[in-house]
Design a binder for this molecule. Structure first.
Ligand SMILES: *Cc1c(COP(=O)(O)O)cnc(C)c1O
Length: 400
């Protein structure tokens, strides 16, 4: 039977303390105990259902975490203040001084900078590999390797990682497969293919209204307990805690995620086909020309399509900038980083979200100057949007 992540989210029921249809927001940083013994037990991690202090956990954060765990099919989840708060906590929990990480070389710029510039200070080294070449990934694994890290669909090149093959490799070598699934929530469920930990930046599609940052770590109860440990848990001790008010608002936005993802995918697929037919170099996993089209198809939860992200290459940074400025002027979207908004967002990754990656490495991984990354919006009339975008491209002699 196919995996139905939205059903799992909708099957959860939480009520507010006066029967409200939304759960009450926990407006407290600390919690009283009726007995000193229970407080002690809670510190020791032996008092299930008791709250101690909101950096550790809070009811609102647990509600959101459970909805996200239901989506990914994991035992549980821990929400964090940002996607980077989730990524850094997981990697620092799994790796210590002397350990090694094998990471995809096409990843979010912040994650790349963390692995390239920050973790070496702790003597944690990373080998960056072409994640689509399983033999390259295996060749990079050393006795010190603890983690294989990748994005399910990568930023910004939209390379697709083979979850099953990577999970098998991870098992074979006794390392953890950690997957950032920010680009494809609901579309792909990495945990069901054997990923050990699934991370999201909630800032993007899941919250979907570009009004907050947030993150989540989905995994086993054992791993989430480790992250929350008062003695040596990265989430507890580094303090990337989400505020309860935000957890409540993100949970409410999550109620419409399945509808939004379908519309993002439908619109992106439509534009990708049109752009490609117009002769533009277009990358979208839903196109047959995408090198991993069949792989994506084999992993996807079908009803959600191929996602809302696409790229085109217009030849030069100058043209890319002209086009983005003109499209913004015509109200077709915003020249902005981030993704998953109702409005289309576009940026040139080489000079923005991937600028942490040195130019020579950008070239090697195929990140060209003229690349524009689109997060396609929820436009009701995507045909009209296409006609207007095409008019911009004609005006700038990008297409005939
Ligand atoms: C935005 C993003 C992040 C970082 O998330 P924040 O919420 O901004 O900290 C990580 N991974 C991917 C793929 C992203 O797009």
């Amino acid at each position: 039977m196919s995996f139905k992540p939205a059903n799992h989210i909708q099957d959860l029921q939480y009520f507010g303390e006066f029967g409200g249809v939304n759960p009450s927001i926990s407006d407290s940083s600390t919690y009283t105990f009726l007995s000193a013994k229970t407080m002690f037990d809670t510190f020791e991690g032996n008092a299930d259902g008791c709250y101690l202090y909101s950096r550790h956990s809070s009811p609102s954060n647990l509600y959101l975490g459970e909805a996200l765990a239901a989506m990914e099919g994991t035992e549980t989840a821990n929400v964090t203040a940002s996607g980077m708060g989730a990524i850094t906590s997981v990697l620092l929990q799994l790796c210590q001084h002397g350990d090694h990480i094998v990471s995809s070389r096409t990843i979010y710029g912040g994650t790349y900078a963390f692995l390239k510039n920050f973790t070496p200070r702790l003597n944690i080294e990373t080998s960056f590999v072409n994640i689509t070449k399983i033999e390259d990934v295996e060749a990079a694994i050393k006795p010190e390797t603890k983690v294989i890290f990748c994005e399910c669909v990568s930023n910004p090149l939209l390379e697709v990682a083979n979850m099953q093959a990577l999970a098998q490799l991870a098992k074979k070598h006794g390392v953890k497969l950690v997957v950032d699934n920010t680009f494809t929530p609901l579309n792909i469920s990495p945990y069901k293919f054997g990923a050990d930990v699934v991370i999201h930046s909630l800032t993007k599609f899941i919250n979907g209204s570009s009004d907050t940052v947030g993150g989540v770590i989905c995994g086993t109860q054992e791993f989430i307990n480790q992250l929350r440990s008062v003695n040596d848990g990265a989430c507890m001790l580094l303090g990337p805690t989400m505020d309860s008010m935000r957890a409540a608002s993100i949970l409410k936005n999550m109620r419409t995620l399945h509808i939004r993802m379908k519309q993002h995918s439908k619109n992106a697929h439509y534009l990708a086909e049109k752009f490609e037919a117009d002769g533009l170099k277009t990358v979208y996993p839903g196109l047959k020309s995408h090198p991993s089209h069949n792989l994506f198809k084999s992993m996807m939860n079908e009803e959600y399509g191929f996602g809302g992200m696409l790229t085109i290459d217009v030849g030069s940074l100058e043209k890319a900038n002209e086009l983005m400025e003109l499209m913004q002027k015509r109200n077709l979207g915003y020249l902005a980083v981030s993704l998953g908004f109702y409005k289309t967002l576009f940026s040139a990754p080489g000079t923005s979200t991937s600028s942490e990656i040195p130019e020579s490495e950008q070239k090697e991984m195929g990140l060209s100057d003229g690349l524009i990354r689109f997060s396609i919006g929820l436009d009701n009339d995507i045909e009209r949007t296409y006609q207007m975008m095409k008019a911009c491209m004609k005006e700038l002699s990008i297409v005939d």
